[in-house]
Design a protein around this ligand. Structure first.
Ligand code: G4P
Ligand code: NA
Ligand code: NA
Length: 194
C-alpha cells in the first residue's frame, strides 16, 4: 500500500534492527485519514469473503480494525489484555507471550461477542513473531467461529510470524511488508505497491 509505505518512510523511526517506531500515525497519535484508507484496503483485499466480525487486540489494533468495520458494516471486537470488572466468567481467553517485553499475558473476549455463526477477520497493527495473532486464533477457535484470514498493517517479514501463519494455510494480507531494518533503514519487500 503505497501511501502507507510513504508514511513509514517519512515518519517512521528505526530504533534498532528489529523495532520500528510509528508513533506519529499508528501507535500513539493516530492519522484518521490514513486509517480510513487502511480500512478500505483491507476491505478490498478481502472483498471475496463474507465477514461478520472483525477481531483485534487492544490498543493499537482498534483504529485500523474500526475503519475496516465502518467500511464493510461489521462490528469490531477487541481482545482485552487486562481483566475488567464487568468482564467476568463467560470468557474465552488465551495466553500471549511477548518476546519484546519477555512477559506472558492473558487476553480475553466475552462469549457474548463471538459465536459459531461468525466469519471472523483478525486485524492487528504489527506482525512480528505472531504471538498476538496466535492468541486471537485460539480465541476464535474456542468460539467455533470461522477465521477467513488475517489483516496486518505492518509486517516485519524478517521475523517468523508471517511464515508460521502462512504455512498453516492461513491467509495473511499485510499492507506493508518490511524486509529489513538494518543500518537504521527501512527496506520493503516490494518496490511496487503491495
Ligand atoms: P508478536 O505478537 O507478533 O509476537 O509481537 P510482540 O509480542 O513482539 O509484540 C508486542 C507488542 O509490540 C505488540 O503491541 C506489537 O504490536 C508491538 N510490536 C512488535 N514489533 C513492533 C515494532 O517493530 N514496532 C512497533 N511500534 N510495535 C511493535 P502491544 O504491546 O500489544 O501494544 P499496543 O497494541 O497496545 O500498541
Ligand atoms: Na498490537
Ligand atoms: Na503495538
Amino acid at each position: 500500500m503505497k501511501i502507507l509505505k510513504e508514511q513509514i518512510m517519512n515518519e517512521g523511526k528505526v530504533l534498532s534492527d528489529t523495532v520500528l517506531k510509528v508513533d506519529s500515525f499508528l501507535n500513539h497519535q493516530i492519522d484518521p485519514q490514513l486509517m480510513k484508507e487502511i480500512g478500505e484496503e483491507f476491505a478490498n483485499r478481502f472483498s471475496n469473503e463474507v465477514i461478520t466480525k472483525i477481531l483485534t487486540i487492544e490498543s493499537s489494533g482498534i483504529a485500523p480494525a474500526t475503519m475496516l468495520g465502518l467500511t464493510i458494516g461489521a462490528p469490531v471486537v477487541f481482545a482485552r489484555k487486562r481483566k475488567s470488572l464487568t468482564l467476568s466468567g463467560n470468557l474465552y481467553s488465551s495466553k500471549v507471550h511477548s518476546f519484546t517485553k519477555n512477559e506472558t499475558n492473558e487476553i480475553s473476549v466475552s462469549k457474548d461477542f463471538l459465536t459459531p455463526d461468525d466469519n471472523v477477520l483478525i486485524v492487528d497493527d504489527f506482525l512480528a513473531n505472531g504471538e498476538a495473532v496466535k492468541g486471537l486464533l485460539d480465541i476464535a477457535e474456542q468460539s467455533g467461529a470461522m477465521v477467513v484470514g488475517v489483516g496486518i498493517v505492518i509486517e516485519k517479514g524478517f521475523q517468523t510470524g508471517g511464515q508460521i501463519l502462512r504455512e498453516q494455510g492461513i491467509r495473511v494480507e499485510s499492507l506493508a511488508r518490511i524486509k529489513s531494518l538494518a543500518n537504521r533503514q527501512v527496506e520493503f519487500y516490494d518496490t511496487e505497491d503491495a
